[in-house]
Design a protein around this ligand. Structure first.
Ligand SMILES: [Zn+2]
Length: 425
């Protein structure tokens, strides 16, 4: 796969998400609505990078472009919307089978905890991953990445977490790495060995935490298999004390941290701030005091409404309260077999609009530039600006608000992944 020299012209609405005058970190409050829209825009990409961004008429007058126009692959985007490729900053793609029994049981009224107690939930995915070959897992991950790109996603954070033995967690991370090498987009790998305590450790969960800290994290770090360590810190998963212990180990081995927080129950965030987590994800339950503290930090609150939707919950994370208090929020799919089998970022944005009352402008910032901040790659990703990676999504709509409006339909026509063009048609 080789990146091409690309010239996109006549773009109806080009959403640059360029930095506001004073760029000081992730977008907060009213900044989320600043999409940096250029009408009749143009983008030039060379060598997998964005080189220039502006009006089509200026691009076509540019002497450098004029001279080489025949060698450029030109894409006419008349009547279309171009946005930075979506950054899906929270996914669990390393699994083998859908969880159809959970799906049916939940419809019949069983709760998350009841399904887990009956042998469903995360634990039921373990056997498939433990017995799968690396090649099988790699194929699953690659299928998901390709499907995501068809819906406009160009960067994906991918967690392990359905093996929960040293061997199968490392196998999952290797499968993610191999899938990433076959996909032109960008993948950020995360070790989620602390997803749930596996059955064989149920009576001695501290031993499992020690295994995560003393074996999984050091080996994943030494072999460069993960950039982040994640912990599911909640009722029925890991305690705040476990989480601190795991974060300590991650820090000692040079890995950054993020955590599933406040999905099922409130957890005080203060003990974790010293680790400078990139992101706290879910955040259905969070106190006013923690919101005040978060509003002064670059830690992102990543909201994943797909999980609330699929679990049939009436309540969603209170995005308005977070945004209006100055917390930087991002949106992600939480793609996983149990609670959010959703690969589509446009669908995540639609749910955020209708269920969490985010505006169609806010959801775009949350799903691109702030999601890049959540992965600490905002210097390369999340906006269409010279010097950044050539990651673009072309939507066959006249107005960017239609991306969230036409829910359940895919309006993404072309995805550019580091200068490589993929098409859904
Ligand atoms: Zn998750």
């Amino acid at each position: 796969m080789k990146s091409r020299s690309l010239l996109l012209t006549n773009i109806g609405q080009l959403l640059t998400l360029r930095a506001p005058a004073i760029e000081s970190g992730p977008r907060r409050g009213a900044q989320l609505k600043e999409l940096g829209i250029i009408r009749d825009g143009s983008v030039l990409c060379l060598g997998g990078k964005i080189v220039s961004v502006g009006l089509t008429k200026d691009a076509l007058r540019d002497p450098w472009i004029k001279k080489r126009r025949k060698q450029l692959d030109e894409i006419d985007c008349s009547g279309k919307v171009v946005i930075p490729g979506f950054v899906d900053s929270h996914t669990h793609p390393a699994f083998v089978a859908p969880r159809l029994v959970d799906f049916e049981k939940r419809i019949e009224g069983a709760t998350y905890e009841q399904i887990a107690a009956a042998g469903g939930g995360i634990r039921s995915s373990l056997e498939g991953v433990r017995t799968a070959t690396k090649a099988e897992l790699q194929a699953r991950v690659l299928d998901a990445l390709r499907d995501m790109a068809v819906h406009g996603t160009t960067t994906v954070e991918a967690k392990s977490g359905y093996g929960l033995t040293l061997e199968s967690e490392l196998k999952s991370l290797e499968a993610i790495r191999e899938a990433a090498s076959r996909w032109p987009g960008s993948v950020v790998p995360t070790l989620l060995g602390a997803h749930v305590v596996p059955k064989e450790f149920q009576q001695c969960s501290q031993k499992y935490v020690e295994m995560v800290c003393n074996q999984m994290i050091p080996q994943a770090a030494r072999r460069n298999l993960a950039e982040f360590v994640d912990v599911f810190c909640d009722q029925g998963a890991f305690t705040p004390e476990d989480t601190e212990q795991i974060f300590d180990s991650a820090q000692k081995h040079g890995l950054k941290v993020r955590a599933h927080m406040g999905q099922l129950s409130p957890t005080a965030l203060a003990p974790f701030f010293r680790f400078r987590p990139a992101s706290f994800d879910h955040m259905d339950h969070v106190s006013d005091e923690d919101i005040r503290k978060l509003s002064r930090l670059d830690t992102i609150a990543t909201l994943v409404p797909g999980a609330n939707y699929f679990l049939g919950l009436k309540a969603y994370p209170d995005a308005r309260r977070l945004i209006d208090s100055g917390v930087a929020v991002a949106l992600a799919t939480d793609y996983n077999p149990g609670t959010s089998p959703m690969i589509s970022m446009p669908m995540a944005t639609s749910l955020a609009c209708t269920q969490m009352k985010m505006s169609p402008a806010e959801v775009i910032s949350a799903a691109t530039i702030n999601a890049a901040w959540a992965l600490q790659i905002a210097q390369r990703k999340g906006s269409i600006e010279p010097g950044k990676d050539a990651d673009l999504a072309v939507f066959d709509v006249q107005d960017y608000r239609e991306i969230s409006y036409w829910f359940g339909a895919n309006r993404c026509q072309i995805t550019v992944l580091q200068g490589i063009v993929g098409s859904s048609q």
